[in-house]
Ligand binder design. Structure first.
Ligand code: C5P
Length: 253
């Protein structure tokens, strides 16, 4: 059997060289990390769920004309994606105060924000992904002014889509993080949604009960992460409502 070329291994995913030039195989691991990898665990089934959920969100975005890196799901843990140059920013959109925004500004978690607020963090684990302003981004050349306009528009379109999809199944989209990739088409370049969109990178609260259905379950030791992600997948119809826990691998293929 030929060995695949590993391009990169991150905290939750591994990237392998894809079958065609310009493609990458994205493998979703079961590893969970929080607080810049100070807290770690292996959560059986998480990779399978995130592969499915990210496929669902990326396909939905494609359908409404938001470009993404997603090409197709290959199997339970892998998807084929378009290779792109990742802009070194974490783009965070917040609808309600939570997490670091609540800590930083002293706003109670769950407070509705006057409008969606977009924040940028510089992607560097050794620095703990610090919050930066558009001034830093422009001055250090991480993205151009045109890129920033495109990133803002993409982030808000993802927010509208994700908020609507979640609202329809009784879930509040509190906040989320996306990453943006640059692709080249001949003389042109454009930006697309890359990485993943999953409960690892969103805050999702049940509208009725406020129950957390995202990675805060792991960060804050609130119970079973797999159960929370399975609940999201079931509500979205990504997994049959009657199926037993995801850890039984034959259920999803
Ligand atoms: O931690 P904080 O409150 O800044 O996170 C905001 C949102 O961005 C959360 O949904 C969180 O899951 C996501 N995030 C992420 N990866 C990071 C930092 C934040 O997915 N490195």
């Amino acid at each position: 059997m030929a060995r695949r070329k590993k391009i990169y291994e991150g905290k939750a995913k591994i990237l392998y060289e894809g079958p065609e030039p310009g493609t990458i195989v994205q493998y979703f691991k079961d590893d969970a990390t929080a607080f810049n990898a100070q807290k770690k665990d292996v959560i059986e089934g998480k990779g399978v769920l995130n592969n499915r959920l990210s496929e669902f969100f990326m396909q939905g975005l494609t359908q409404i004309g938001v470009p993404t890196h997603f090409i197709k799901r290959l199997n339970m843990r892998e998807q084929l994606v378009r290779q792109c140059e990742i802009i070194p920013l974490e783009v965070i959109v917040r609808n309600y105060a939570a997490g670091t925004m609540s800590q930083r500004l002293g706003i109670d978690e769950g407070t509705q924000l006057p409008r969606p607020i977009v924040e940028y963090c510089y992607k560097d684990d050794s620095l703990g992904d610090p919050l930066v302003t558009e001034e830093h981004i422009a001055a250090f050349g991480w993205a151009s002014q045109q890129d920033m306009e495109d990133i803002l528009s993409l982030a808000l379109r993802v927010n509208d889509f994700m908020s609507g999809v979640m609202m329809a199944v009784g879930i509040r989209l509190v906040d989320f993080k996306i990453e943006i990739g640059r692709v080249y088409d001949g003389d042109f370049q454009r930006l697309i949604i890359a990485d993943e969109i999953s409960p690892d990178s969103c805050r999702l609260w049940d509208i009725e009960t406020g129950q957390k259905l995202d990675k805060d379950v792991f960060r804050r030791d609130l119970g079973s992460l797999t159960d929370a992600y399975t609940e999201v997948a079931k509500r979205l119809g990504v997994m049959p409502k009657t199926s037993t826990p995801i850890t039984k691998p034959t259920l999803i293929n």
